[in-house]
Design a protein around this ligand. Structure first.
Ligand SMILES: [Zn+2]
Length: 346
């Protein structure tokens, strides 16, 4: 169970997606001019997706909808009884009902969310054991194929994470899965153009058209993008099952704008890290080897923040570093982004 020491409701519109779509894959064979043309077209296509996101939602990252909450507003100062003046005997000075000396009692915070996330038991749960996950043979040529593909890997994730969640003091609940295109109506917003996890519904919303598009350009790359995205979004659900996500929400309430961005990067880099713990644990049975491994590597090494989008997911350099380390270790101990130096979560 998530810790009970706070329970701020998640504001509508807050969602934890991947953010900018990954870059175009390298082609298997160098094609000279043709390659350049394809790359240019691909960049334009990707730009179109981003543009539509911006136009329709004005930025759907957590930043855009994060409330500027003031905790102090909830602690109401009460006038002390001493403000009632005693009966005047002589020409006493008029008592002034000043509140300057009245200090509201400080709420006792037994658990610091930052400490909670940095010292979480999840990091002590050990190497994740393989569940011998098999990649769906069906590709991602259209929406219904994508649904089958994501269902298959989700079944693996549902078998892989309960042990780790329970060992870290959380309560495992299999998240929901919705595969969609165009737009989707959720308490976390529409999420136009990208996949996301919504804590309110404990559901993963996989946006299939962009991944289908990757698949059509390069099937192996499309498979790895779909696989990694699913593992990343599922990891967000793990963050909420273990209390990490709620603590993050709490921390954000008190953070500056820059601080909120850094917290978002810690959350997102951790989701990619945990996702790759699972992928590393199942790399052989799933087939993340050979050329597929190269495409996975390209994806994680080239995913991340790039101008003009907000710095809410982490640099490509850091994204690659956390992802590769987790893939190798297969251990959530590699994923403590909450105690990492600012440089490692830049
Ligand atoms: Zn994310």
């Amino acid at each position: 169970m998530p810790p009970q020491y706070y329970a701020p409701p998640l504001p509508p519109g807050q969602q934890y997606g991947w953010g900018p779509l990954p870059p175009q894959p390298p082609r298997r064979k160098s094609g000279g001019t043709a390659l350049l043309v394809v790359a240019l077209l691909a960049v334009v296509a990707a730009g179109g997706v981003f543009l539509s996101v911006k136009l329709t939602q004005g930025g759907d990252g957590p930043i855009a909808t994060a409330p500027v909450a003031t905790e102090s507003a909830t602690a109401k100062p009460t006038l002390a009884p001493s403000s009632v003046p005693p009966p005047a005997t002589t020409a006493a000075p008029r008592p002034t009902r000043t509140t300057t000396t009245v200090t509201p009692p400080k709420p006792v915070q037994t658990v610091n969310p930052a400490t909670y996330n940095a010292a979480h038991r999840l990091y002590k749960t050990g190497v994740m054991r393989t569940v011998n996950c098999k990649q769906a043979k069906t590709g991602l040529g259209n929406g219904s194929q994508a649904l089958a593909y994501f269902k298959a890997i989700k079944a693996c994730l549902d078998r892989a994470w309960p042990t780790q969640v329970a060992a870290s003091g959380g309560r495992f609940r299999s998240p929901g899965l919705v595969v969609w295109g165009g737009s989707v109506n959720t308490p976390c917003g529409g999420g136009v153009g990208r996949s996301f996890y919504c804590p309110t519904t404990h559901t993963i919303y996989m946006e299939s058209p962009s991944i289908v598009s990757f698949y059509k350009q390069n099937p192996t790359f499309g498979r790895m993008v779909g696989t990694f995205t699913m593992a990343h979004e599922y990891a967000h659900s793990v963050q909420w099952m273990t209390g990490l996500g709620v603590a993050y929400t709490k921390l954000r309430y008190d953070a500056s704008a820059a601080g909120a961005l850094q917290l978002s990067r810690r959350l997102e880099l951790q989701a990619s890290c945990l996702g790759n713990v699972f992928l590393g644990a199942n790399r052989n049975s799933y087939g993340i080897t050979g050329y597929a491994y190269q495409m996975w590597l390209y994806d994680v090494n080239n995913s991340g923040d790039r101008p003009p989008y907000p710095r809410d997911h982490g640099s490509t350099t850091n994204h690659g570093a956390w992802s590769r380390a987790a893939f190798q270790s297969r251990n959530p101990a590699s994923c403590n982004t909450w105690s990492a130096s600012p440089a490692r979560v830049s």
